[in-house]
Design a protein around this ligand. Structure first.
Ligand code: BEZ
Ligand code: MG
Length: 451
């Protein structure tokens, strides 16, 4: 019989139905599939959340309901870890400033941190202001009554990264609405610092109380970061005032839930809000980095000296960093954190000898690390000058070490020298003129050599 190739003959001449493909449910943790075929799952922080196994499928940002609500499901809101950070922040500030409560805390909010932790820094802000979510819809906030809060509502300035602004419009709306609600609450000003400051600002800015409660800021649409680190990297910056002006100019765009969809240039409102701050804080994303001296973006966004320059008194805000892992939370001053990080890294022989031996970019790592320490000294102060002295005795005063650095990577060696010279010239490193002169000469020599 004549047969068509590929066609099956059946008794009734009808081809059998193709069998239904078996559909297997794929879970985000299904590691039999290559990463690109796995469905995305909400972001998570493998350090904070013990049970989570990272498998490259955690690249999706949280949906509206994921953020904060995750915390809400697992514990009473605010979550214990956020409430812990706030308690430790208040205790640390009390220790250092002798004030029972800070009057205003400036937060730097990072997108990745909030993606990875389901909004822990957002939750900390809620806790400071005394806000909680209403119902399950995650689109409404209410004030925690003062009798329940048992302390004053603390004012906040929320300085969001550009990526946060892009991703978290709903959460910015919640923050703005909650803060404005606090400013309008008929509560005694000594128990509600937001209201107290907002009233003062109605005079200062000649506006109504809602506008005077503008506290959520970021870059202009399409713009990212304060770009202070670009100046520090270039070594071309002249003084702190120049950098502080840039910070203010780039980060002063206000979010306003009364006018959704636009970031408005609000320089005076930003300055007036920052001026009241006595604490600055950032959460470290331990999922991304282990040390604040590894990367420039934390100091790039640090507002501590900007605030000190704006304040009408001589007070220098306390600069804090919060760490949360599965063991609990820690809040340390910047000075403590830099000391621990640098002593355990670039100033530790175990560390620098290993990276110089094993890593092809060991000199670059040392140079970047010292430059990030300088960055913190510029934006925050609170960096011990003796750290530069120890670094200089390790890397610059030992002839063999100098030769090794220069021969391994002359470009990074030059950058390292430039950082020492800049730190000495601007007083972040208190050392002798002779040492600075010698380093300037060494720098000239390194600049004349081929890489
Ligand atoms: C963030 O918002 O997560 C982010 C922005 C810039 C650099 C790193 C992190
Ligand atoms: Mg940014």
């Amino acid at each position: 019989m004549f047969e068509t190739k590929g066609k099956q003959n059946t008794p009734n001449g009808i081809s059998p139905k193709k069998p239904e493909p078996k559909i297997r449910t794929v879970t985000p943790d299904d590691d039999r599939l290559p990463p690109s075929y796995r469905p995305s799952s909400p972001g998570s922080d493998i350090i904070t959340r013990k049970g989570f196994v990272g498998n490259m499928s955690f690249l999706k940002g949280p949906e509206k309901g994921d953020l904060i609500s995750e915390y809400k499901r697992f514990s009473n809101f605010p979550p214990k870890s956020a409430a812990d950070v706030v308690e430790k922040l208040i205790a640390k500030n009390k220790d250092l400033s002798k004030q029972p409560f800070p009057h205003c805390v400036t937060f730097t909010l990072w997108a990745t941190d909030n993606v990875n932790t389901y909004g822990r820094s957002l939750a900390q802000i809620f806790a400071l202001v005394g806000l909680r979510l209403v119902g399950d819809e995650i689109d409404e906030v209410e004030l925690i009554p003062l009798e329940e809060l048992k302390r004053p509502r603390i004012d906040v300035v929320v300085s969001c990264s550009g990526v946060f602004r892009d991703l978290f419009m709903n959460q910015m709306t919640l923050l703005d609405q909650g803060i404005k609600m606090a400013a309008q609450a008929k509560e005694p000003p000594e128990m509600n610092y937001i209201r107290r400051h907002a009233f003062q600002m109605t005079q200062e800015l000649n506006c109504d109380i809602r506008e005077a409660a503008t506290r959520v800021f970021s870059n202009a649409a399409g713009s990212y970061s304060a770009n202070i680190s670009a100046w520090i990297k270039s070594n071309e910056w002249e003084n702190e005032t120049q950098l502080q002006r840039q910070f203010l100019a780039r980060k002063c765009y206000a979010f306003n839930s009364d006018k959704p969809g636009m970031m408005e240039y609000k320089s005076e409102a930003f300055k007036a809000a920052l001026r009241n701050s006595d604490v600055t804080i950032q959460n470290l994303d331990l999922n991304e980095i282990l040390s604040i001296t590894d990367v420039p973006h934390y100091y790039d966004s640090d507002p501590t000296k900007v605030i000190a320059a704006l304040r009408f008194d001589e007070l220098k805000p306390v600069c804090l960093l919060a760490k949360t892992n599965s063991e609990g939370t820690e809040v340390h001053t910047l000075a403590e954190t830099i000391r621990i990080d640098s002593m355990s890294k670039i100033l530790s022989p175990d560390y620098y000898e290993k990276i110089l031996k094993q890593n092809h970019d060991g000199v670059k790592e040392i140079s970047n690390c010292l430059r990030n320490i300088l960055g913190w000294a510029v934006t925050s102060g609170n960096v011990d000058t003796f750290l530069f002295e120890i670094a200089s005795s390790i890397f610059m005063e030992d002839r063999e070490m100098c030769t090794l650095l220069r021969e391994k990577d002359n470009a990074s060696f030059r950058n390292l020298l430039a950082t020492f010279v800049k730190a000495g010239e601007h007083g972040y490193w208190e050392t002798s003129d002779v040492k600075i002169r010698r380093l300037r000469e060494l720098k000239k020599f390194a600049e004349s050599a081929f890489d």
